[in-house]
Write a protein that binds this ligand. Sequence first.
Ligand SMILES: Cc1cc2nc3c(=O)[nH]c(=O)nc-3n(C[C@H](O)[C@H](O)[C@H](O)COP(=O)(O)O)c2cc1C
Length: 379
Amino acid sequence: MKTITSIADLRTLARRRVPRAIFDYADRGSYDEVTLRRNRADLEALQFRQRVMIDLSQLSVATTVLGEPWSMPVAIAPTGLTGLFHRDGEIHGARAAEKAGVPFTLSTMSICSIEDVRGAVTKPFWFQVYLMRDRGFNQELIERARVAQCSALVLTLDLTVQGVRRRDIKNGLSIPPRLTLKNALDIATKPRWALGVLLGKRRTFGNLESHMKGTGGLVTLSQWIASQFDVSLTWKDIEWIRSLWPGKLILKGILDAEDAREAMATGIDAIVVSNHGGRQLDGAPSSISVLPEIAEVVAGRCEILFDGGVQCGQDVLRALARGARACLIGKSFLYALAAGGEAGVSLGLDILRRELQVSMGLTGVTDVRRVDRGVLRGG
Ligand SMILES: Cc1cc2nc3c(=O)[nH]c(=O)nc-3n(C[C@H](O)[C@H](O)[C@H](O)COP(=O)(O)O)c2cc1C
């Protein structure tokens, strides 16, 4: 593809460059994928008010989130297995984010470890954790994040049990990836990926190595989750996490006003309004549709981050208009990474930034920190 003008172009390129099982792992959702589709459809349904005759000579997309300056209201979401989309994918993502002046979030389920990423960037990144049955191991992970000077800890709440992703089962997704009779032809047509990832040194969960002894090294993601994640997680556990992590704490996976109320009571720094990108509870509402009611409950007491379906700068503007301070990108990031490594992610972030600038200009807003529901038709 000669000219890349959108995240959709990066997605097309990603599909050509990585094996089917890896692409589908990012691209698809749980069960019938109703929520996955809703995330996009509900964003697209929000119409802007086109405004004219407003001086745009000082337009700015720079913002601050949790006291940190961001060059635009977009951060990279935690995504497991990122290093299977491109060799050392987490390092590429973190470097591109650092250059773009936005945060990168490293998933517990990453291929590169906390220490690998720390060694590759100069600024702190965010670290995401799940609560595991083995609290000692959780404690160890959080300590490693502290030593790596991570600037925020993101605790994901919406994956104590895993939504079934039928595509992953059918594709036989395993970690590390293996060459089988079934996928041999597919992999043979992706030589760049095979040389980079399949023959690379990092192909399994970098943060979990010490914890995976005895599994024989080859597992499916769902097997690992079912055996390790703590299904007894409740609001009381936030206190325990707080005792281990005095820094910025973000709760990810709030989709209901009642849960937002509970979250407020724990005194956290930010929440992420999220349905895990349509990968968990199928039939749940889109994140954009519940954002206003959650923003009303939060009422400025903590920062609100948003994710779910963000694939263009217009989507970022829509989320900000409905009460978010900033957006996270999951799939858009992975498409960009698979398409072109660090350069691909830089391009993806650049595309989002330019789209946001143009959309702000045409809706007559010059400072991204002042976006409100006034940019949308019907508020
Ligand atoms: C392939 C993939 C892996 C993910 N892994 C994680 C993870 O390890 N931890 C987590 O909190 N969220 C994870 N998520 C969810 C994202 O952080 C984010 O909530 C979601 O992708 C946002 O929706 P979007 O993909 O439409 O941008 C993952 C998402 C994708 C697409």
